[in-house]
Design a protein around this ligand. Structure first.
Ligand code: LLP
Length: 421
């Protein structure tokens, strides 16, 4: 459920007509709903009620300061994967003890920054990384809390580019080597082993792969405890999928996911951490775009819009589906049309949808890409020197620009000219 609904024939974001925002900020732009962010965070938080837990929002999904502050105010932790994300989380006021640091390639500088600024734990991805964390911790005279990310070799049954839990993927250490790696970690004086981490992929639409992975983690917990490790915390990663195509998808709900977690892991008495990104942010955002032209091709009609692959790359990169709806509600019974919906970028891949049936549009009409809140703005670029599009946050009947559109001069002036020119 989200808060982008038609009311009196117009698309609203909570209590604000989307067309009003478009008139104020211009198109294209991202528009987020505070109520949806809050609702989705609470669904996870409530799903784990009765178990000691922390929901660490995977801020890679959408990391605007205003979004982080909205979630932090509800008690969210953050899952960060870079020095930049760590700095963003801190800048939004998230206390170090609620920040988990994940990622396969943490640099010495990033490790240093997190150990100095404070963190909940590093999710360690390899032995060489473990050695560096130990080193930096000893240099600083602190002890770094860590989990080790294990790769359970489970098929997440999702798009290959976002599956992470198979042995051929670059993530974590093979679960078969876990005992050895934990023994090594325990011998390093700069580290304190506190738990186990696992994350098998993103946009999972079934519970089974999670269940298989978590079962392996439960077994490993017992084994490692028997080896003398104090396993108190299980970080179960993110990955629960969302319904991109409202017509035919119904991924499991957070409450079902939470129940499964308790079923598989409850007996261990561990603190549970989860790192959802997409489910919190995805349906909390839309991208609003304007139709520039409708062009007749030989055998198809092209809807050329002012948003492009640089603004929302998911269709080009993962063949992802986003529902696309007009901002003015179509009248029932109106004859629809089929469009190839494309952006202005000079690549054939700049295609959002092929032969998409929707209400007829004309130049100047506004359309909305649904489910664009996660991995939308954060993955955008300035390709074709197109400015990063604004982000707007709605809260009830108010809205605010939370990242404005840069001017061309601002973009150009980031370049510097060497003295020989
Ligand atoms: N934790 C870790 C360690 C991760 O690598 C990820 C996502 C998450 C949590 C959050 O997963 P989520 O709950 O959002 O599924 N750009 C792609 C998605 C990449 C996901 C990368 N890792 C997309 O647009 O579909």
């Amino acid at each position: 459920m989200d808060h982008f609904l038609y009311r009196d024939g117009k698309l609203f974001a909570e209590d604000v007509p989307v067309s009003e925002i478009a008139a104020a900020v211009g198109t294209p732009f991202y528009c987020y709903s505070t109520a949806t962010f809050e609702r989705h965070f609470r669904l996870f938080d409530e799903a784990l009620e009765g178990t000691e837990h922390l929901v660490c929002y995977a801020m890679k999904a959408a990391s605007n300061q205003a979004i982080l502050k909205t979630l932090a105010a509800l008690g969210a932790g953050m899952d960060v994967v870079s020095g930049g994300e760590y700095a963003r989380a801190k800048a939004a006021g998230v206390p170090g003890e609620r920040i988990v640091f994940s990622g396969v390639g943490k640099t010495r500088d990033e490790i240093h920054a997190a150990l100095t600024g404070g963190l909940r734990q590093f999710n360690v991805e390899s032995e060489p990384e473990m050695a560096v964390i130990n080193d930096v911790a000893l240099e600083l005279g602190v002890v770094a809390p860590i989990t080790v990310r294990v790769n359970p070799d489970v098929d997440a049954k999702t798009h290959a580019k976002i599956a992470t839990g198979k042995s051929e993927n670059k993530f974590g250490i093979p679960i078969s080597r876990a005992r050895e790696v934990y023994a090594h970690a325990a011998s390093l004086p700069g580290l304190k082993v506190i738990g186990i981490d696992v994350h098998i992929g993103s946009q999972l639409t079934q519970l089974e792969p999670f269940r298989l992975a978590y079962r392996k983690v439960a077994e490993l917990t017992e084994t490692l405890r028997a080896d003398g490790h104090d396993i108190q915390r299980l970080d179960l990663g993110g990955g629960l999928g969302i319904p991109y195509e409202r017509s035919n998808e119904a991924p499991p709900l957070p409450v079902e996911y939470g129940a499964m977690i308790k079923e598989e892991l409850g007996h261990l008495g561990c603190e549970i951490e989860i790192e959802p990104g997409r489910l919190i942010a995805g349906n909390a955002g839309i991208m609003v775009s304007k139709v520039i032209y409708v062009k007749e091709g030989e055998d198809r009609e092209f809807m050329i819009v002012d948003g492009a692959m640089n603004d929302l790359i998911r269709p080009a990169m993962y063949e992802a589906h986003h529902d696309i709806i007009p901002v003015v509600e179509p009248t029932p019974g109106e004859e629809p049309a089929a469009y190839d919906i494309v952006g202005p970028v000079c690549e054939t891949g700049d295609t959002f949808a092929k032969s998409r049936t929707m209400a007829k549009v004309e130049a100047g009409d506004l359309i909305a890409f649904r489910s664009a809140g996660a991995y939308g703005a954060v993955m955008s670029s300035e390709y074709n020197t197109r400015p990063l599009i604004p982000e707007v946050l709605v809260n009830g009947d108010q809205f605010a620009v939370i990242r404005r559109r840069p001017t061309f001069d601002e973009m150009i002036n980031r370049d510097t000219i060497p003295e020989w020119l």
